[in-house]
Write a protein that binds this ligand. Structure first.
Ligand SMILES: [Cu+2]
Length: 135
């Protein structure tokens, strides 16, 4: 898996130019449809074609991860708000986050890449997984 990720990163770098960049995000954990032991579930994110940095870095070609937990994403035209239940900014450039105290049952997590202004990247780079926490 690690070498696979490395080759993806290498391919993205090797492709060069801004226009050729294909920016994407994938939730690699939990797997879609997974049944997890709760109540804490680790979410692991892999971004390609963009550098994941702290939200404090105002630089083109960078982004940070956002998670929408058990709710829809906000409009792609609007900045992603702070202080809203179920909306998480991984603003220190984290690529993992542990969701704590999830209830047993079905859950949905949407990942979305946005820039330092918390404005979703265009074209949209998003991924969704559905999983369940065992009673
Ligand atoms: Cu943000």
């Amino acid at each position: 898996m690690k070498s696979f990720i490395s080759s993806l990163v290498f391919a993205a770098v090797a492709c060069g130019g801004e226009a050729a960049r294909n920016i994407a995000v994938e939730i690699v954990e939990p797997a879609n449809g997974a049944v997890m032991s709760g109540p804490d579930v680790r979410v692991v994110l892999v971004a390609t074609g963009v550098e994941i940095v702290s939200a404090a870095e105002e630089r083109e070609g960078t982004a940070h991860h956002h998670l929408f937990v058990d709710r829809g994403s906000t409009s792609p035209d609007d900045t992603i708000p702070s202080g809203v239940t179920g909306i998480l900014h991984l603003g220190r450039g984290q690529t993992e986050f542990v969701l704590r105290g999830l209830a047993s049952g079905e859950h949905t997590v949407i990942a979305l890449l946005a820039n330092w202004a918390h404005l979703p990247l265009r074209p949209l780079a998003a991924d969704t997984v559905n999983f369940a926490v065992r009673p």
